[in-house]
Design a binder for this molecule. Structure first.
Ligand SMILES: Cc1cc2nc3c(=O)[nH]c(=O)nc-3n(C[C@H](O)[C@H](O)[C@H](O)COP(=O)(O)O)c2cc1C
Length: 174
């Protein structure tokens, strides 16, 4: 990696366990084309067959993070210049809003919203789950913390998942 490469901004892509996660390479490829270095943080559930982890590691050139490092290990990723959560599940959105940090992905999200780093979220949540009052309150709470959301997506009507629009949510900060 050249010195110039090292100066490129660093994007965290947080991947949750939704079926659409199999397409996350689209987001990573688009981010790299826009000049981002990319590090992927996946929830433990997402690591369980939801996407091709080897292909993603080949694309980013870095191991996927899913668990906390050991105290004496070096920090694997630099601090982020932006974070995109895609796909974001019902579960992770509600836990994040509630301040629960029992996965590395959640711990990272809970922390990063306090730093002023731009965070964009593309949820993948069924229309039925999206009516749950806890979910509606989570969106209000996270928006109040400055988190930006893409259009609702439930995969039902054949529309394309917003991988590139998710990236647009953090574009203006570069
Ligand atoms: C095949 C499959 C597809 C799923 N798709 C979604 C989805 O699109 N959105 C969602 O919120 N949950 C979905 N789930 C349920 C989540 O995987 C489950 O709530 C899990 O606890 C989420 O964990 P995470 O938020 O830590 O990634 C799916 C589960 C399976 C088995």
């Amino acid at each position: 990696m050249t010195e110039q490469d090292e100066q490129r901004p660093f994007l965290y892509v947080v991947v949750c366990a939704a079926g659409i996660a199999s397409g996350v390479g689209t987001l990573i490829g688009a981010a790299r084309e826009r000049g981002w270095r990319v590090g992927v943080i996946a929830t433990p559930h997402a690591m369980n067959g939801f996407f091709d982890t080897a292909a993603v590691e080949a694309l980013t050139g870095r191991p996927i993070r899913s668990a906390w490092r050991r105290p004496d290990d070096p920090r694997p990723f630099p601090d982020p210049d932006a974070v995109v959560v895609a796909p974001a599940t019902f579960n992770t959105i509600n836990k994040w809003a509630a301040g629960i940090a029992d996965t590395l992905a959640l711990g990272t999200l809970c922390e990063v919203t306090a730093t002023g780093v731009p965070v964009g979220v593309q949820p993948c949540v069924s229309a039925a789950l999206a009516t749950h009052p806890a979910y509606r309150e989570s969106l209000i709470r996270l928006r109040g913390m400055g988190v930006r959301f893409g259009s609702p997506y439930d995969g039902a009507d054949g529309t394309e998942f917003g991988w590139k629009p998710a990236l647009d949510l953090v574009r203006q900060e570069r």
